[in-house]
Design a protein around this ligand. Structure first.
Ligand code: SF4
Ligand code: SF4
Length: 431
């Protein structure tokens, strides 16, 4: 039985009362919650999660697997945190309860997955080898051309459809550790290459480094970074995230860079949170604060520069899906849109409910398939309304989820990182 007793909880650090006590049950958060809008069940709502947490923390309810399941059903989209009039942060509370559960009863598989595999880039690369073989040997093409994909069970089919065209080699293996500026060396910046960008979206991150170099940046991309820690955080393993944070901070301390730029919304939001994560660690608090203060999403960083105007036209209709980890977590909303609007020929169409979660939330299509799919369908209906040929989004998780939705709905829409379009508009460095 996995129920956790109040006695056991007393030995770990429960969330403070002010994180749940002041909920006035107004229900404003219900209207913006993607899981509630699909399930219409109070326990699947932010208000319900706050009430469950409170009852558990006050000892009126067991911390049963069912209670924790509601915390894991939360997509962490932060829409409720944004709207609550009294400052309750249900998304943070749901995460805090996951942490509490892990502190009370750590799970071995999480030690292995987050502590051993995700902390070693070589290990992550090895685990994705079968996927690279599947694509590079042409098996995927065969599966699609023979219609075998339609024979797969629905969930496997949708998960398969998430995959982009996977590069033969992870970008970490061949992205230069130093890329000189194409013009003057006005800025020296660090680039944080996230795991998913390296393994699945290497074209996007290659483009990011080129765009930085084209805009007078000397780019330093250390190979020895570890996963930012978001997967471990989502599964309640604060101890492992802190370990990864210390490693990554030390890596960039050895470089003299004015900013640490990343093109992954999820990585960016985690890296910016290192300061808060390590604020009580006397040896690391200042170092973490300094590190986080220099982290920038690439669109945010580029918009702070005198940016060069791209010379090529891209004639297409484009729309933009705003990743929760970028728009809400980092308040980076206008910059990706502004960059797209810089490109001649590109007709920008605002996506209805652009900031509504796409249903990815890391692994929700795997762990909470039905709800994730319903949320994705809503996104696809909005995409159809926008009438765009391209949808841009700066988060690998969102891009994969959008890929799945587009294939499910037989839409002819390209999913890209906004910076990839900017890079295309700049043309190859020799042009
Ligand atoms: S969490 Fe905030 S928005 Fe939601 S019901 Fe409570 S007070 Fe209202
Ligand atoms: S973070 Fe999103 S999914 Fe989770 S409770 Fe809040 S609105 Fe709902």
């Amino acid at each position: 039985m996995n129920t956790i007793s109040v006695d056991l909880l007393a030995k770990v650090e429960p969330p403070e009362e002010n994180t749940y006590l002041n909920c006035i049950r107004c229900g404003l958060c219900l209207a913006v919650c993607p899981t509630y809008r699909e399930d219409l069940i109070e326990t699947a709502s932010p208000r319900g999660r706050v009430a469950l947490a409170r009852k558990g923390l006050e000892g009126q309810l067991d911390f049963s697997p069912n209670l924790y399941e509601q915390m894991y059903k939360c997509f962490g989209c932060l829409a409720c945190d944004d709207i609550c009039p009294v400052g309750i942060r249900p998304a943070e509370l749901a995460l805090a309860l996951r942490v509490l559960q892990e502190q009370a009863r750590p799970k071995k598989w999480k030690d292995i997955l987050f502590g051993k595999i995700l902390s070693q880039p070589e290990m992550i690369e090895n685990t994705t080898l079968p996927l690279r073989i599947y694509q590079s040997l042409g098996l995927r093409r065969l599966v699609y051309s023979l219609g075998l994909r339609n024979l797969l069970p629905g969930k496997i089919r949708d998960l398969e459809a998430m995959l982009p065209r996977i590069p033969r080699r992870p970008l970490r293996h061949f992205l230069p550790e130093i890329t000189e500026s194409f013009g003057e060396n006005r800025h020296q910046v660090g680039f944080y290459l996230g795991c998913a960008q390296s393994l699945l979206f290497s074209e996007g991150s290659s483009a990011s480094v080129r765009v930085l170099a084209r805009n007078d940046c000397r780019v330093m991309a250390p190979r020895n970074v570890e996963c930012c820690g978001m997967p471990a955080l989502g599964y309640g393993r604060l101890d492992l995230v802190r370990k990864q944070a210390r490693h990554n901070i030390a890596v960039y301390e050895s470089l003299e860079v004015e900013a640490i730029v990343t093109d992954c919304a999820t990585c960016g939001s985690t890296l910016k949170g290192y300061g808060k994560l390590l604020q009580d660690d006397p040896d690391w608090a200042d170092r973490a604060k300094n590190f986080s203060g220099r982290v920038r999403d690439i669109s945010e960083f580029l918009c702070e520069l005198p940016l060069k105007k791209p010379g090529n036209r891209l004639d297409a209709r484009v729309t933009y899906h705003e990743p929760c980890h970028l728009g809400r977590a980092q308040q980076v909303k206008d910059q990706p849109r502004d960059l797209l609007k810089l490109i001649d020929g590109l007709e920008f169409r605002e996506l209805p409910e652009a900031d509504w979660c796409c249903g990815s939330a890391g692994s929700q299509l795997m762990t909470h398939y039905e709800t994730s799919l319903c949320v994705l369908d809503r996104k696809m209906n909005n995409l159809k309304q926008a009438g765009a040929q391209i949808i841009a989004s700066g988060c690998p998780g969102c891009q994969m989820q959008l890929n799945s939705g587009i294939r499910r709905n037989n839409l002819n829409v390209r999913v890209v990182h906004p910076i990839l379009l900017l890079d295309e508009a700049y043309g190859t460095p020799d042009e």
